[in-house]
Design a protein around this ligand. Structure first.
Ligand SMILES: Cc1cc2nc3c(=O)[nH]c(=O)nc-3n(C[C@H](O)[C@H](O)[C@H](O)COP(=O)(O)OP(=O)(O)OC[C@H]3O[C@@H](n4cnc5c(N)ncnc54)[C@H](O)[C@@H]3O)c2cc1C
Length: 391
């Protein structure tokens, strides 16, 4: 019997569990498998340090800039050294286990190797979750359940079958951690836009390793084969100039999907439940950045649950405060705008995206705006948009 049960110990679930445990509540954090490495680029903006200040002291690979390549050959470089705080690139297995430890140190109880598959229904209400552990069924009871188990969440579908992500609503990506020399500045991340909806990346890591990947989104998921575009990305002339070694060791390889439409508002809260992170679509539709927004959603859901526990009111009239929190509303608005930008940029095989790169290449102010939009979640100015449309 717990105050809150959280299904999924990724970034959103861990932050949520830590916040509740720090406030003195009894939290069960249920995880399918903590040895799993979530397929991810692992680029984490410095905004994460507000939520996990402990990460500042750890030895993650530091990033102070970005290079972005357009599909027609323009490249913009930007350094935020001494302007913004350093970002980090992480190995997700290491990162996730560190934030799990932070939650456990705060008092959350982590239950590994538990596959959540359904809610417990009691007196017509959801009252915790059922999991499978080595063939046996376990029950974790609580008046509030928080669904944080990512794209493949079974519980989100139990809430409503319409919550299953359709392929056109997602990003599909394949990535690898490789080892060997690369010719780019290792304090910068590199992103390579394509004529299809999606992009490729090379994100340097410590120990002479790097994360390389690429993916498609929306209807282009149906037109392209992930293995083929990954193979072609590694072999294309721009990538070849960076990956010049004869042999790279592939340390790990994986494919996964992420939401590509922004926040699914209808799933966020119901009686006794809230949905956070990828399971609710907290991923930027333009860059695929999801770690920071998922953590934000986890913290706000935790604070909403704390109020509900104090008032002993677990109904949707109380839990809706999560959806209407100013920071959640801001993310929802921002992602809606980004979603419309994706459609705009990729008209006529990415014509507007190439125009934006051309303007950013010629003008420092536009360059900063383009970087801010992709990496720091800021919208483009009206002036920049008008200029693009008139080009
Ligand atoms: C290929 C790829 C590249 C990406 N690159 C970046 C990037 O560079 N930067 C960035 O910010 N974002 C990136 N993202 C997005 C980012 O990975 C997610 O937005 C983020 O991990 C969401 O956190 P979460 O806690 O909501 O879900 P997840 O990280 O998916 O965590 C869900 C957790 O739930 C567990 N789980 C799943 N099912 C069950 C179950 N039935 N029972 C119990 N536990 C379960 C999983 O094991 C996992 O630990 C990328 C995503 C992909 C797919």
């Amino acid at each position: 019997m717990f105050d809150v049960v959280i299904s999924g110990a990724g970034p959103s679930g861990c932050k949520c569990a830590e916040t509740l445990a720090n406030a003195g509540f009894k939290v069960a954090l249920i995880e399918k498998n903590k040895d799993w490495r979530k397929p991810c680029g692992g680029a984490v903006s410095s905004r994460i340090f507000k939520y996990f200040p402990q990460l500042r002291k750890l030895n993650f690979h530091e990033i102070n800039g970005a290079s972005m390549y357009s599909s027609d050959g323009n490249r913009i470089d930007y350094s935020w050294k001494d302007i913004r705080e350093t970002s980090i690139n992480v190995d997700r297995q290491e990162f996730d286990n560190i934030i799990r430890e932070i939650a456990v140190d705060s008092g959350a109880e982590l239950y590994d190797k538990n596959i959540a598959f359904d809610f417990i229904n009691k007196d017509g209400k959801r009252y915790g979750i059922k999991t499978k552990v080595s063939g046996e069924i376990k029950e974790y009871l609580a008046p509030i359940t928080i669904v944080a188990d990512g794209m493949s969440s079974k519980l989100a579908i139990r809430l409503n079958p319409k919550n299953k992500w359709r392929i056109k609503e997602t990003y599909q990506a394949k990535c690898a951690i490789m080892e060997g020399d690369i010719t780019i500045d290792k304090t910068k991340i590199s992103m390579f836009f394509q004529s299809y909806k999606g992009y490729g990346w090379i994100f340097p890591l410590k120990d002479n390793q790097f994360n390389v990947g690429c993916g498609t989104c929306n209807e282009d998921n149906l037109k392209y084969n992930q293995n083929e575009i990954f193979h072609n990305f590694l072999k294309n002339p721009i990538t070849k100039k960076i990956l010049t070694a004869r042999n790279y060791k592939t340390r790990w390889l994986g494919s996964y999907s992420m939401p590509g439409q922004g926040v699914r508002e209808s799933v966020l809260y119901d009686d006794n439940t809230m949905v956070i992170g990828d399971a609710a679509g907290f991923v930027s539709p333009i860059s695929g950045e999801g770690i920071h927004p998922s953590v934000v959603s986890g913290e706000i859901a935790a604070k909403t649950a704390i109020n509900a526990l104090q008032d002993e009111n677990f109904g949707k009239s109380c839990l809706k405060a999560y959806k209407f929190h100013p920071n959640i509303k801001k993310i929802i608005r921002n992602f809606k705008l980004k979603r419309s930008m994706v459609d705009f940029f990729f008209e006529e095989d990415g014509k507007q995206l190439n125009n934006m790169f051309q303007l950013a290449f010629e003008d420092k102010q536009y360059k900063e705006q383009a970087i801010d939009m992709f990496l720091f979640n800021k919208p483009l100015s009206k002036e920049f948009l008008l200029k693009l449309k008139s080009n």
